[in-house]
Design a protein around this ligand. Structure first.
Ligand code: ADP
Ligand code: F6P
Length: 485
């Protein structure tokens, strides 16, 4: 980079600056993950800058300057991490403490003080670099559990810009959150934001409860919180997808080719699709168990259905992920061994990411979308499945009640993913559902995902954020009687 370094590439004043752990180049990456997809689509529409980890490790990362690229009007500003930082901040605190905790899995939390220290060090380093890059009128939007302390660090640099935070994963009740060592020290830093966004009303209510019970914040009449002299807004902003673009993808020439190929290879069999990163929160073991139950109970479906499960590995060095991978491999083998025929493989398990067109084609060719996480912030796969359907002959979505998406996608077949008999029954219902009912449900689901698409999500968040003003609370009277569900 020329003299003057990063300042020369500085974002134009008043632009949107997004910060997240991962930064995805929309031209090159086919990353599996809701955050990358939603943020990428927002920035494509608004322009601005995206700051975060390059995905690389290097031994001199702490001394190196950020790498800056411009792709379609968006500046991608990335830094490498050292091995030590990656192990402590990402694999350690983010993925062995916060991820299981926020997905209600206290049993999988593995806390070590060094993880937490490294998490804080990386947040400080991100903030030190970002502070040099900001213009006075920029609006800063920080994403997800990896970067909770970042606003507090930026405030130390005197940053007065509006700073918003969006949590892509669930926020559980205070009883769960308070099991995390250092939770007060960590979560009080959320109070440095002007706006905190959650996926669902339930998450928002849990956070307000936590802030009141554990941090001593007070709830104001408009639902915001007063903490010391600050007022922090917190609201639900359900994340969505770009419905039209995804629907188009599922009908373009490449998708049509893929659909034809899928139809030939499945013959007259009914396709059931599951698409998830390999993560214990996705309920994959329970899903395969339910599918086995379905084949055992509703015998007429043998040799007539195929479950296509597309599951790229993630966070492979973390023990709980390696374990779930082994369990899935075993279960897939068991099912194919128990029911398979010379000409029929009941479960086809693909362990990698596939391109967006192939994914859209796979959804469209599938009669059933099986989305059964044990806990999920939102789940964009549910929305993509609906967007990709042929409106005249749509498939049926089976959706876990524990996905954030279930708060609005009520016309799906809503199931309890732990109840394998119920999920097996839902599969039977979906496969036999009359066309008219499929159409009615699909129309309603399509309307709901259109109403809350990715553009509505970012518009709502950003307009709230630009309307916030960090300052003394007291404009609104306290609502001491306010109760939360
Ligand atoms: P999460 O963010 O927890 O991974 P979501 O369902 O919200 O779950 O988002 C997953 C995103 O990643 C979706 O946009 C989905 O299309 C994409 N994705 C998941 N698995 C794959 C895969 N195997 N290949 C390509 N994209 C994938
Ligand atoms: O919010 C959690 C999240 O960022 C998802 O949006 C995304 O799918 C996933 O985690 C990606 O995980 P990782 O960056 O650890 O691969």
């Amino acid at each position: 980079m020329a003299r003057g370094g990063i300042r020369e590439k500085r974002v134009r004043e008043g632009r949107l600056v997004v910060v997240s752990n991962r930064v995805a180049d929309p031209k090159r990456d086919r990353k599996a993950g809701g955050l990358a997809v939603a943020v990428g689509e927002t920035l494509e529409a608004t322009g601005g800058a995206w700051f975060g980890w390059s995905g690389e490790i290097s031994s001199d990362a702490r001394k190196a300057k950020p790498q800056v690229r411009q792709v379609d009007g968006v500046y991608l500003v990335t830094i490498d991490l050292t091995r030590e930082e990656l192990d402590g901040y990402y694999f350690g605190f983010s993925n062995q403490c916060l991820w299981p905790l926020l997905h209600y899995r206290i049993d999988l939390v593995h806390f070590e003080q060094e993880y937490y220290d490294e998490y804080r060090i990386v947040n400080r380093r991100f903030a030190n670099l970002l502070a040099q890059f900001l213009g006075p009128n920029d609006v800063i939007w920080i994403h997800d559990l990896h970067l909770i302390p970042m606003a507090a660090e930026l405030r130390q640099h005197g940053c007065k810009q509006p700073i918003g935070f969006f949590l892509h994963v669930p926020f559980p009740p205070p009883e769960v959150v308070s099991a995390l060592p250092r939770h007060h020290d960590l979560l009080k830093d959320l109070m440095a934001y002007d706006l905190i966004g959650f996926q669902t009303k339930r998450d928002t209510a849990c956070f307000r409860n936590y802030a009141m019970q554990e941090l001593g914040a007070q709830l104001l009449r408009d639902g915001s919180l007063q903490y010391a002299s600050y007022r922090i807004q917190c609201e639900a902003f359900p994340v969505g997808i770009d419905v039209d673009t995804f629907a188009e993808l599922s009908t373009n020439a490449e998708a049509r080719k893929q659909i034809e190929f899928l139809q030939q290879s499945k013959g007259s069999r009914v396709l059931i699709v599951g698409v998830d990163r390999l993560d214990y929160s996705k309920g994959l073991v329970e899903r395969l168990t339910a599918y086995r139950e379905f084949l055992r109970t509703y015998k007429e479906n043998r040799n007539k259905v195929v479950l296509m499960q597309v599951t790229p590995p993630s966070r492979e060095t973390v023990k709980s992920y390696a374990q779930i991978r082994r369990e899935l491999d075993r279960l897939e083998g068991d099912i194919n061994g128990e029911f398979g025929e010379m000409d029929w493989t009941p479960v086809r398990y693909i362990r990698r990411s596939v391109g967006r067109e192939r994914l859209a084609a796979l959804y469209r060719a599938s009669r059933v979308g099986l989305v059964t996480p044990l806990r999920d912030g939102m789940n964009l796969v549910a929305k993509e499945y609906v967007a990709a359907q042929n409106e005249n002959d749509p498939g049926v979505l089976i959706l876990s009640r524990f996905a954030g998406a279930a708060e609005t996608m009520k016309q799906a077949l809503i199931v309890n993913p732990y109840d394998v008999e119920q999920v097996a029954y839902a599969l039977q219902m979906a496969i036999n559902m009359p066309l008219e009912e499929r159409r009615e449900r699909h129309q309603a689901l399509l309307a709901s995902i259109r109403k809350e698409d990715v553009h509505a999500w970012s518009r709502a968040f950003l307009s709230h954020l630009s309307g916030t003003k960090r300052g003394f609370a007291g404009i609104l009277p306290l609502d001491r009687d306010a109760q939360l569900q």
